[in-house]
Ligand binder design. Structure first.
Ligand SMILES: Nc1ncnc2c1ncn2[C@@H]1O[C@H](COP(=O)(O)OP(=O)(O)O)[C@@H](O)[C@H]1O
Ligand SMILES: [Mg+2]
Length: 361
């Protein structure tokens, strides 16, 4: 019996400050999709937001040269559910390619924030990962913090304001911050950050003002948190309405905090799997990861990041709905530590996409 292959579209790149990381993540994901079961289409989105169907090598996706491929064709997922596929612009007009499932390997704005998920919903095509609301809520660190606070999950003290309000009366918001957080240093973040872009640590009022200016370049909403001293521990979660939480892993950043450079360029950042914390804390962290995942309505996958202090506090930092999938990324490593590896992991993610669309979980 010949089994019809399913057609999967992997989307990479994107109009996001994490465009480059997405390309590397996508190459990893593509290399793990079993080609005996799936016909893989690759759709690249440039930094300017142009969509193209790309048919060349995976290597050119990671190094960025895919954009110059002569065979690229303008193509996009159509929102028309009766089409349920990709519209490819050809010389003679437009060709439709039906799709069975979509794997968006996009990080940050426009890919991890619910926007593209809205398009997938309209198209009626099952897709890997979180839906519109969970993606949007987790992407906005202020919204996520408020929701986590509401369900009693421990996290850093925080305050927030709109950039436009700050510009009108900066002193008022500096004072609000100092009153809410009580002491320096503090962490200043654009509400919609990713890969540490626009995030800085401020040790006094002057630095705070500078840090706010930096964050305002990235977003119209600013989050300020107390500085937490502790280990950075991450937990990978997989599944829909009955998810599993992985063995947690620890990152020991090479620089003062886990900034963009430490994340992607500095090999001196070390990973420890399992994290160097007690079994009791590991248990607490896994339970909290699952609670947060369900509270925010995540599906498919997410990586839940924590701080663990020497006093044994487990504080949730953030939830990444489309975590990095490079060969050095924590999510695939944590799943591998739970014996869910490579192709098995990718297939499970695809299965969860189908389950979500069929059962409406
Ligand atoms: N409240 C905090 N206290 C101490 N360190 C922090 C705090 N918030 C963020 N950091 C440091 O900054 C890094 C990036 O912040 P994070 O909120 O995770 O943003 P991103 O979405 O860019 O990963 C963290 O991995 C951590 O090293
Ligand atoms: Mg982070």
């Amino acid at each position: 019996m010949i089994v019809q292959k399913k057609r999967i579209a992997v989307i990479f790149g994107g109009k996001s400050s994490e465009h480059e990381i997405s390309r590397i993540s996508a190459s990893y994901v593509i290399s793990k999709i079993p080609t005996d079961k799936y016909e893989v289409l690759t759709i690249g989105i440039t930094k300017k937001g142009k969509w193209m169907l790309y048919t060349g090598s995976t290597q050119a996706i990671s190094d960025g040269s895919w954009e110059d491929d002569k065979n690229n064709k303008t193509a996009f997922i159509t929102p028309d559910a009766s089409v349920a596929g990709l519209a490819v612009i050809t010389e003679g007009g437009c060709k439709i390619i039906k799709l069975d499932v979509i794997f968006p390997v996009l990080h940050g704005k426009n890919g991890e924030d619910g926007t593209i998920q809205g398009l997938f919903e309209l198209s009626g095509i099952p897709y890997v990962g979180c839906g519109v609301l969970a993606s949007a809520d987790c992407m906005d660190k202020v919204v996520a913090n408020i929701m986590l606070e509401q369900c009693g999950i421990d996290q850093a003290k925080f305050t927030w304001f709109y950039s436009s309000d700050y510009q009108k009366s900066p002193d008022k918001y500096i004072e609000q911050t100092e009153q809410a957080l009580l002491k320096y240093p503090v962490f200043v973040k654009p509400a919609n950050a990713g890969s540490s872009v626009g995030i800085s640590k401020a040790s006094n009022r002057e630095e705070l003002q500078k840090a706010i200016e930096t964050a305002m370049k990235e977003d119209s909403k600013i989050l300020i948190e107390e500085n937490i001293v502790g280990k950075e521990v991450e937990c990978a979660v997989l599944g829909n309405d009955d998810p599993m939480a992985s063995i947690p892993g620890e990152i020991a950043p090479a620089s003062e905090f886990y900034d963009y450079d430490a994340k992607y360029n500095n090999a001196a950042s070390e990973l420890f799997i399992p994290a160097r914390i007690s079994d009791e804390l590991i248990y607490k962290l896994r339970v909290t990861a699952l609670k947060a995942y369900r509270a925010l309505g995540c599906t498919g996958l997410s990586r839940v990041d924590f701080f663990v202090t020497d006093e044994g506090r487990v504080l949730l930092n953030e939830i990444n709905t489309l975590p990095g999938f490079t060969s050095i990324s924590m999510y695939p490593k944590l799943m591998a530590a739970c014996d869910i590896e490579g192709t098995d992991l990718i297939e499970r993610l695809i299965e969860f996409a189908y389950e979500r669309s069929e059962k409406n979980v």
